[in-house]
Design a protein around this ligand. Structure first.
Ligand SMILES: [Zn+2]
Ligand SMILES: [Zn+2]
Length: 570
């Protein structure tokens, strides 16, 4: 296995080779940039026509020829003036040259293609081993929607054919589990260009899952001493000026609306509402901690180019909470949040996480001493809970240190201390000394948002949700019409026990109905025919195709109920 740097150099070199191949097809092509990225590379082009997937094999074939010719990569240094002459017909390159502070710039050439580039590169094109072009996407020049939209071609490259094949297999599996695809197939949610991008519509089956998550979340928070609250979706702009949001996050806020001569904005966060509630009365040190939790729907502006299914949206419901406590309670509170977070993670079947403690960045609110103490407190809470973690130096937000629990494909729980809002809103308590003290304020979310969490959940389970979350838990399949009555009777019995159950009474074959239930990823299928009707039994099949023993319906019902309560399967 080549080391990572060599792979990166090879991947970047493959981008140059792809550019040469594109140049040979489109002599008038204009070139943007072509970096190596994780697993591969891309290059941005301005071309006379839009590329289609059919173009990719053609470009690949040209690349194959360039690689077979084993052309050397040659480097030269030239003055910026000379470079501008060379790239006279390449407006994007000219823009880049202007931004280079040095007198001279370096160029790399292989075959017919010359590029402005810092390097390094492989010595010749023959060193590029296994590669494949994957996709075409639109990309604004420099990510700026006011600049031209270029065509970005993505590819992957590895040092062996085996490594490439393995990677392509992984991509296939990921595509199969893609929440956007499964969300449509399982009828869970939709987004509508007509209604606005990044705005999620939860369909009945998706809404079932969301309600179960929310109910579980609320119950668990109440058990752990949180108070549930609700706060308004809009608030006066002045409030967001006091908080600093208007100053620091204006790019993410929607424009103000005017109501009776006052400007209001739609909330991007729930924090201020909770502060309003806290401040309605004076609190003594004895009352703390106070924990306010809300499934709060917020709206933030994200550029349409970065929106992605449920995982990057413009409106979302955070599973939010704010803890107001004394600094001497902070460690217990953070430990409590960690315990809750790990319990939820485990319940939803996630594992393999990494924990990060992010410390003070260069620009920060609060005092140096407060930061050091709070960071130390977070670290003590982690140690106390037996959670291994790494320090992310300088990666805290400006207002306080934080703990992140991260998963592959899911930005999990975050716990964040805030030195900014308490002084801005004078959020205080009366201490034992009879004096006013600023509270320690903690923002925390366990699931992130309902939208993002559903995306992770779909991909984690490949759409086959665990029994307690499955939108439909059981489908009853009568063999013939004469078994329909028995099927309806079982359905009614299960329904009365709160089981989400349906009957597939269509005049189709049993096999076809089983196939449909498997596509719908329904955990249990009860096939009922003459034998089952006569003995009040059921033949149980799992969505995996596995069959259980013929069993009395009563036993099945009891076991199923118990499994749902335990959040387990049969
Ligand atoms: Zn280069
Ligand atoms: Zn908050």
């Amino acid at each position: 296995m080549a080391d990572k740097d060599n792979l990166e150099i090879m991947r970047h070199s493959a981008a140059h080779v792809m550019a040469e191949a594109v140049l040979s097809i489109f002599p008038e092509a204009k070139f943007g940039i072509g970096p190596a990225i994780q697993d591969g590379f891309y290059y941005d082009f301005e071309l006379p026509r839009p590329l289609t997937p059919d173009d990719l094999p053609v470009i690949e074939a040209k690349m194959g020829k360039i690689i077979a010719a084993n052309l050397p990569f040659t480097r030269q240094e030239v003055t910026k003036k000379k470079a501008k002459a060379i790239f006279a017909a390449q407006p994007y390159k000219l823009e880049l040259i202007d931004e280079i502070p040095d007198e001279k710039v370096s160029l790399y050439q292989q075959g017919e293609f010359i590029d402005l580039c810092r390097g390094p590169h492989v010595s010749s094109t023959g060193e590029i081993k296994a590669f494949k072009l994957l996709s075409i996407a639109g990309a604004y020049w420099r990510g700026d929607e006011h600049r031209p939209m270029l065509q970005r071609v993505y590819g992957v490259a590895f040092d062996t054919e085996e490594a490439l094949a393995e990677h392509l297999k992984k991509l296939d599996e990921a595509a199969r589990r893609d929440h956007r695809k499964l969300g449509k197939e399982l009828d869970l949610f939709s987004l509508h260009e007509e209604a606005g991008p990044g705005l999620v519509h939860w369909h009945p089956k998706g809404a079932v899952i969301r309600r179960l998550i929310e109910d579980f979340w609320k119950d668990e928070h109440i058990k752990r001493g949180y108070n549930l609250v609700y706060t308004p979706h809009i608030a006066k702009l002045d409030l967001w000026k006091t908080s600093g949001h208007w100053e620091f996050y204006r790019d993410y806020l929607y424009s103000p609306m005017e109501v009776e001569g006052q400007e209001y904005i739609i909330k991007p966060m729930n924090c201020l509402g909770h502060i309003m509630i806290y401040k309605t009365s004076q609190h003594s040190y004895r009352e703390l901690p106070l924990r306010y939790a809300e499934l709060g729907t917020v709206y933030r502006y994200e550029r349409s180019g970065v929106l992605h299914g449920l995982s990057r949206v413009r409106g979302f419901t955070q599973d939010d909470a704010h803890i107001f406590c004394r600094f001497d309670q902070l460690e217990d509170e953070v430990a409590g949040v960690l315990d809750l977070a790990l319990f939820m993670i485990d319940t939803f079947g996630f594992s393999d996480y990494q924990v990060f403690l992010s410390t003070r960045p260069e620009k920060y609110a609060g005092t140096l001493q407060a930061w050091e103490e709070a960071t130390e407190t977070l670290s003590r809470a982690l140690v106390r809970q037996g959670i291994p973690y790494s320090v992310d130096p300088g990666e805290g937000v400006f207002y306080g240190p934080k703990i992140d629990i991260k998963f592959e494909g899911w930005q999990g729980p975050t716990i964040q201390v805030d030195f900014n809002l308490p002084p801005r809103f004078n959020v205080t308590y009366i201490g034992e000394d009879g004096k006013e003290h600023l509270v320690a304020m903690v923002h925390r979310t366990v699931l992130g948002s309902m939208e993002r969490f559903l995306a992770s959940l779909i991909e984690h389970y490949g759409g086959a949700f665990p029994l307690w979350l499955a939108p439909v838990q059981v489908v009853i399949i009568p063999v013939a019409d004469r078994h329909l009555e028995y099927a309806r009777k079982l359905e009614a019995e299960l329904k009365s026990e709160g089981v989400r159950v349906g009957v597939d009474g269509r005049s189709e074959t049993v096999n076809l109905k089983i196939r449909q239930a498997q596509l719908d990823k329904i955990p249990y299928m009860l096939v009922v025919g003459d034998k089952e009707v006569a003995a009040s039994t059921v033949s149980v099949r799992l969505r995996s195709g596995e069959k259980l023993d013929l069993q009395p319906f009563g036993d099945f019902k009891q076991d199923l109920k118990a499994a749902i309560i335990r959040r387990a399967s049969l």
